[in-house]
Design a protein around this ligand. Sequence first.
Ligand SMILES: *Cc1c(COP(=O)(O)O)cnc(C)c1O
Length: 360
Amino acid sequence: MKNFDLNSIIRSNIQSLIAYSSARDEFTGQADVFLDANENSLGSPLPKWYHRYPDPHQSAIKAKLASIKSVGAEQIFLGNGSDECIDVLLRCFVEPGKDEVIVCPPTYGMYEVSAKINDAKLVKVPLLPDFQLDLVHLENKIGPQTKIIWLCSPNNPTGNALNRADIEMVLNHFSGIVVVDEAYINFSRHKSFVQELADYPNLVVLQTLSKAWGLAGLRLGMAFASPAIIGVMNKVKPPYNISQPVQELVLKALDEVGQVNDMIRLLVDMRNALMPVFANMPTVEKVYPSDANFFLVKIKDADQVYQFLLQKGIVVRNRSRVTLCEDCLRITVGTEAENTALVDALADWLSQKGWEAAEA
Ligand SMILES: *Cc1c(COP(=O)(O)O)cnc(C)c1O
């Protein structure tokens, strides 16, 4: 690692910040009369203990995640979705109006939106045509104000994993924070970077319960990093960012790793069955390789296909105006019935256009 010095990249106002100390932080030991937090002591219209503030440290969830992911609890930050993790990282390290972040489009849109909200200077280093990192261009764009490089692997919307050696190259040569967003890692054949935290003090790995875990509605994102980086992020987050019902439901869900792994296997099998069906359609120019629960398809008249599917009540993601994704639709793998409905609708589209749909 090229001289990574965490203290030199933390914003100075965050460096000197004394974190909010919640009512529950200030006592240790046993108590059963809580008159410290101005809650409603009589209860609430709901059963259970929702009249109490939730654990600001989310200790129970972190203990369980630590064992699932084989990391220390002090290496875990929890956010209201990965989107909160992204925002908190910017607020920790990027001086508004002055510092820069690098994104590698086409990629997840929130890196750019969140950078703009935080008035970070946005530097774009597009992926190569095979959707891998352009390391030469990337190196040229790194400057003294570059604080964060956002990498997404497997990448959204392209579906591919980035070459591991390329990510390692960035980690080894950049002395700011490298974020590897692994929202889709559970669908991938590739190994997570969570196990590499000991080797890279500048690494932050993002994961989420929104995709493979099937819990997009709960909003739980995870950042894994050194205890020092996690400590800075904890200072910046709102103290009660994960609500009590979400904490309870996440704890329950984390006991069902087996069920989640069954769903992942099924989704990957359906993806592998669906991709060749698309590849055989006469107006499909390319189906890009996928390590995720979606895949990108380059198809003639993508805009019209998108509109046609909408009329049939099927929504896919139109990426046809995204650089390097011209004429591309991003298809999420659905249930068996949904996938069949999609394929049938496309067969209708083809026959309307005078094409013979190929046999699946
Ligand atoms: C879906 C997705 C996320 C998840 O965001 P949440 O806020 O956790 O729902 C993060 N990163 C990428 C690349 C995604 O596609």
